[in-house]
Ligand binder design. Structure first.
Ligand SMILES: [Zn+2]
Ligand SMILES: [Zn+2]
Length: 237
């Protein structure tokens, strides 16, 4: 449990780091950020399909499928139905403060489940917890950067942009802390996390890759899948 909380704290720091690059106007190497998105996409899709989905079905039976679907749908509902606009990467569109606030609320549901995923992974085994943590850590910097740049695009100050990213991190820590206390999360946290990871990897991140340079992006995306398989071989040996 304490290891999971520590992981959540590190992940939360990733959110803030992403926001700091916006606030400091760091001259982000665009190619490096795009490659990071692609690696995270490959890693998340892999951990969802190779570990979280089969492990969920092994533990909860075929009823896990409904929870996986539920996790998948909840991200679409909160990030794309209630919130009018959200995508990973730096926000370059003009958005209104209500749009950025709605995006933050929606993204906090997802980052809460990031925490549920870490806790549920460690509940199964240290090896699985480590893999899930890796998948979450890889997309935390882009996540913090996305929300902070969106707040800036909505005319918010630097402090508000940082607070928004910190709120994402706090939601992840709460996700870990509350998983053991809320019965459905303790029981179905793993399939829920599987659906959310699948959505974030395949439906949030992968579509971002379609507009990027083809071969470099492909190398990073397949590299992310390869990195997952390598990490898996190491932690399960
Ligand atoms: Zn946009
Ligand atoms: Zn996340």
């Amino acid at each position: 449990m304490s290891v999971a909380l520590l992981c959540a704290a590190v992940a939360a720091a990733g959110n803030v780091l992403g926001a700091l690059t916006v606030v400091w106007r760091a001259t982000w190497n665009r190619a490096a950020l795009e490659s990071m998105l692609a690696v995270a996409a490959g890693f998340m899709v892999s951990v969802a399909i190779v570990e979280l989905i089969p492990e969920s079905i092994a533990r909860s039976g075929v009823s896990a499928g409904s929870w996986i679907l539920g996790g998948y749908l909840v991200v679409h509902l909160t990030q794309h139905t209630f919130a009018g606009h959200f995508h990973f990467g730096e926000e370059r569109h003009r958005v209104s403060p209500s749009v950025s606030t709605a995006a933050l609320a929606g993204l906090m549901v997802h980052t809460f489940v990031d925490g549920v995923a870490i806790a549920s992974g460690y509940e199964v085994s240290t090896a699985l917890g480590t893999l899930v943590f890796g998948a979450i850590l890889l997309h935390k910097v882009p996540e913090g950067l996305a929300i902070a740049s969106m707040f800036v695009a909505a005319g918010a100050g630097r402090r508000a942009a940082l607070v928004a990213a910190a709120a994402l991190g706090v939601a992840t820590i709460l996700g870990v802390a509350l998983t053991g206390w809320i019965d459905p999360l303790a029981r179905y946290g793993l399939p829920l996390a599987a659906g959310v990871s699948l959505y974030v990897g395949a439906s949030n991140l992968v579509p971002e890759l379609h507009r990027l340079p083809r071969w470099r992006t492909a190398a990073a995306f397949f590299g992310g899948c390869g990195l997952f398989l390598l990490a898996r071989a190491v932690v399960f040996q």
